[in-house]
Design a protein around this ligand. Structure first.
Ligand code: GDP
Ligand code: IMO
Ligand code: MG
Length: 428
């Protein structure tokens, strides 16, 4: 059986958590391969609602082995808070495996994230303030702390000393903050070592062995294509590889083991934080989407910026990720609109452009060229087959499918686990 990847096709919050949960019953391992607790996945199971940040959503399914692989950055305090909260609600978290090579978010990373944002002023990115960027910067700069360092106090101390040497200059002289001592960081990290020891393993090897045994592995991407550090709207991105390629480097599983790429796409578009967003709405329709879709961040509670569906972005995501199937979520949110505009191309300084422009300035200038589709007013939350949908809703999905670069294999019609229309098998 295969390895499959779930990725966000837009700017995040497409409903990846729900999609993972949907498949989790058929998989043996679920792997978070990028990002950290900047992610926020809401999963609704019956009357229970779970908000996950650092842990993969698949942890909610009994029997699945959850894995945090090398591409993730881990805030250990958050990790234990989340594990304890889930345990208290009866979720079995005992199987969690964590890569020895995953990097650790420390107090100084969180502090630097917040002060650098403040210093950027008008140019700020609107990060989640969780220390994500500074931790990945240290990784690339080769001054990061990895999970395995927690089990060797000498090495840990040396590495923290090396990292703080530079950072205290920055914190004190540039940002006017107090210096952070090596001892406070080392003793904080060491306090978790015993609890972590049984979970921290060679996850690349374990996943390889699982695939060799014929078990199924699902990679769950955090963030999304347009927030990917290479392929997103740089510099208004996160600092990790949120596209399907990131599943390979972020886990140590070879790309040719992955044969399904499931893109999650909303029936409209949202974005949290700063950066270009061609179809963004500043009028009552933006308010309509925000209110109907409950578009407020799971992680920071910020209102999400809302706009119409952007087909060039979906095509771009299909291409960059090799999307085999799309899951379109939140079609129900569009119910009640008389007509629904869809962005089919952009106007960039008077020229029609059909693809996402490579130049950042062009993308900033891109204004959407819309095609309008007739809406529907019937409640679709109870629809369970494509034919249950009103004709106009069917036509909207088919029109979008034709311009988005991959088949739409499932359609979300509500937040609950069963509020979904399956059209094609996502794993086959
Ligand atoms: P993620 O970060 O991609 O996992 O997405 P989030 O959890 O941040 O945001 C998606 C939100 O949409 C969550 O609150 C889900 O419960 C909700 N959701 C998912 N699919 C649907 C759907 O088809 N319809 C509606 N109305 N809500 C959905
Ligand atoms: P999920 O997995 C939406 C955004 C932040 C900011 C930028 C950089 O729930 O889809 P960071 O803290 O990562 O350095 O912030 O990325 N961002 C997200 N937006 N959903 C997310 O995750 C996000 N994770 C980061 O708002 O603009
Ligand atoms: Mg989210």
């Amino acid at each position: 059986m295969p390895a499959a990847v779930i990725i966000g096709a837009q700017w995040g919050d497409e409903g990846k958590g729900k999609a993972t949960d949907l498949l989790a019953g058929r998989i043996d391992y679920v792997v978070k391969f990028n990002g950290g607790n900047n992610a926020g996945h809401t999963v609704v199971i019956g009357v229970e609602k779970y908000a996950l940040h650092l842990l993969p959503s698949g942890i909610l399914t009994p029997g699945v082995t959850p894995v945090i692989s090398n591409g993730v950055v881990i805030d250990i305090e958050v990790l234990f808070e989340e594990l304890e909260a889930l345990s208290a609600r009866g979720v079995d978290v005992s199987k969690l495996r964590i890569s020895a090579n995953a990097h650790v978010i420390t107090h100084y990373h969180r502090t630097l994230d917040k002060v650098t944002e403040r210093f950027l002023g008008k140019r700020q990115i609107g990060t989640t303030g969780r220390g994500i960027g500074p931790t990945y910067a240290d990784k690339i700069n080769r001054v990061g702390i990895r999970m395995q360092d927690l089990f060797d106090e000498n090495i840990l101390r040396q590495k923290v000393e090396g990292a703080l040497d530079q950072k205290n200059h920055l914190l004190v002289k540039v940002y006017n903050r107090r210096a952070i001592t090596v001892d406070e960081i080392v003793s904080d990290l060491l306090s978790y070592a015993d609890r972590l020891r049984p979970m921290v393993v060679d996850t690349a090897l374990e996943l390889h062995q699982a695939l060799e045994r014929g078990e199924t592995v699902l990679f769950e991407g955090g963030q999304a294509t347009m927030l990917d550090v290479d392929h997103g709207t740089y510099p208004f991105v996160t600092s990790s590889s949120a596209t399907s390629g990131g599943a390979a480097t972020g886990s140590g599983i070879a790309p040719n083991r992955i044969d399904r790429v499931i893109g999650i796409v909303k029936a409209y578009t949202t974005r949290v934080g700063a950066g270009p967003f061609p179809t963004e709405l500043f009028d009552e329709w933006g308010e309509f989407l925000r209110a109907n879709g409950h578009e407020f961040g799971t992680t920071t509670g910020r209102p999400r910026r809302c706009g119409w569906y952007d087909a060039p972005i979906a095509r771009y995501s299909a291409r960059i990720n090799g999307v085999t199937d799309y899951v379109m979520t939140k079609l129900d949110v569009l119910t009640g609109l008389e007509t629904i505009p869809v962005c089919v191309a952009y106007d960039v300084d008077g020229v029609r452009v059909d693809e996402v422009p490579v130049s950042q300035s062009d993308f900033h200038h891109a204004t959407p060229i819309y095609e309008e589709f007739p809406g529907w007013s019937e409640d679709i939350s109870g629809a369970r087959t494509f034919e249950d949908l009103p004709k106009n809703a069917q036509d909207y999905v088919l029109a979008i499918e034709a311009m988005s670069g991959a088949r739409i294999s499932a359609i979300g019609v509500g937040p609950g686990r069963d509020a979904i229309i399956a059209r094609h098998d996502l794993l086959d």
